[in-house]
Write a protein that binds this ligand. Sequence first.
Ligand code: GKR
Ligand code: MG
Length: 437
Amino acid sequence: PALSTAKAGPRIKEIHITPIAIVDPPLLNAAGLHAPYALRTVVELVTDDNISGISEIPGNRAIDEALAASRPLLIGRDVFQLNDIRQVLESNFGRETAAERGLTPWDQRKLVHIFSAIEVACLDIIGKVVGRPVVDLLGGRMRDRVPFAAYLFYKYEGAGGELGFGTDPEAAGWAAARQAEALDPAGIVAQAKAMCHEFGFQSIKLKGGVFEPQQEVDAMFALYEAFGPDVPLRVDPNALWTVETAIRYGRMMEPILEYLEDPVRGQANMAEVRRAVKTPLATNMCTTSFADIPNSIVLGSEDIILSDHHFWGGLRASMTLAGICETFGRGLSMHSNSHLGISLAAMVHLGAALPQLPYALDTHYPWQSDEIITAGRFTFEDGAVAVPQEPGLGVELDRQALANLHECYLACGLTKRDDEIEMQKKQPGWTFQAVRW
Ligand code: GKR
Ligand code: MG
């Protein structure tokens, strides 16, 4: 039963769960190839006094179904009682194990995504009720602008969406560059220049785990040559390398890397590489939940945890993680997946509240062209996004765009992310391997 409170807050009356499909170009990664559409789910809570709160999570039919099944547990609950809501969901679904995350670069757990979807939408509502932006509900802003990094991908030519591997000859600037093939160091440098020119990013990350390591290391040196020592560089092979490979190539890149992200699989392997290479190691794959923290500390598996409020269980959980990182000397930064502006707004509020922000955060946003917020696409200045000042998340749902993107979801027929199947369209017989080189 819900606990009694001195003053009951607004209660959840309706929960709307809308899966959408957004245009995504053919980006390569360790698990294969991005489909022409990335899936997201938009959640809207409406209270008994008709205040609406929104959130966005990665799209996956199984998660949407679990979220829908939790409706009877959530309807009637006070949006301020986030601790209670979390406990109710956990008692219903049971705790998730690290194994449920899966081996792919992205996280496949249900409960953490459900927590996040509900918590962010509740915080949006609470912010509107008290007239303060979400960052103030997380303890207040430490900065007015949140810096992001250029997130480069090897890719096939193609715009994604209806065009698939085709391109729009009318496109110009970054919209044209985003369609171009990038399969070698020169292609990656050209992509970096176009992206940094458009968004002003001052740090660069390359998604690796696509080609044999020497080629990816060559791309990193080519970026270093092109951008010089003042632009921090990172590479992320998504745990595809062996310990031996990671030590060999990690040492080679010591002079040019800000950090090396998930070179190997598992905390013990990460710890071994960390002892042998001077560059800091970061992860969004080996330490991805609070249950992973004790072993991370015992083994010393990484220097930087890449939080993601979508799979750490929300914004407040990410603030808790920030405290743990501070206690144990871990750096904290942010991971991303293909996303739109509701997620970006939440990421910016969190980024603004974090006590320390030593690294520019990840975002896939430049790869997307759709939007579902009324203000249209966020703008970046010198690679940073200004923290919304309005109450709540500070973004409003564009209902027409939501309906269109939902139609797109129904038409595209995708129900979960499967990069292996997409890759097989280009390379028949290709299979994902948890460790490749
Ligand atoms: O979008 O292909 C991708 C990325 O590989 C993504 O799924 C990862 O989760 O960005 C991610 C990462 O840093 O590992
Ligand atoms: Mg990563």
